[in-house]
Design a protein around this ligand. Sequence first.
Ligand code: V07
Length: 252
Amino acid sequence: MRKKTTSPSSLQERIEQVMEKPVPEHIAIIMDGNGRWANNRAMPRIAGHHEGMKVVRKITVMANRLGVKTLTLYAFSTENWKRPKSEVDFLMKLPEEFLGTYLPELATENVKVQTIGYMEQLPPHTYRAVESAKERTKENTGLILNFALNYGSRAEIIEAVKSAINEAQKGILSPEEMNEDIFSNYLMTKGLQDPDLLIRTSGEIRLSNFMLWQLAYTEFWFTDVLWPDFSEEHLIQAIEEFQNRQRRFGGV
Ligand code: V07
């Protein structure tokens, strides 16, 4: 018998195919492996971070094109302050460089920049650049590009508990009415839906204090690919596998 052959489909064809089925509305990504990518090339870690920044633009444009509503990217964790000062200083310049280079294009594409994380603790130059981008894009109605910057999920949950207790003490909130929907409004992701799909690159199979509450029902997709090597094709592959899982387990 003749073997069934499949011709390699072009990126454009794969985009069209993936858009025929439900695309995850909220994708969250742990962009890991930038330092290792640089190390593999005998380059300094910061070269990997810089290359990773270009991939953020590429994946944002593709997610927007696919009709993803929210893309949350873990750019800097509360743990990342422990890295060498020179590396932290470099990382804290990336938001400005990214926005200076790509915001005009992304704003034209109707992208809205948002953040989760402790923004006030960022260096003033970083804070100002990010807040100005949020302000400039706040009326946009396309993809929400949500950067987790100085973000940690346990701290987020503790802060939520504290404000809920505070409001209960003031009589604004009655403890009896507390439920999952009300609690989620105390989190930094207030107003955002929970992620449908979590992607983590670089072979690590853990959450690293990322969106612990919000990922309760999320599909996870892990890859050994390092973030600077992550391509549009990888994003589409993750979405295709998400769609296959929905098809197998989503039905009643
Ligand atoms: C950072 C590049 C991507 C790989 C992960 C680590 C390094 C984009 C931003 C950014 C953040 C806020 C914003 C616009 C852009 C960024 C940091 C690190 C700290 F409004 N990439 N990127 N921020 N990396």
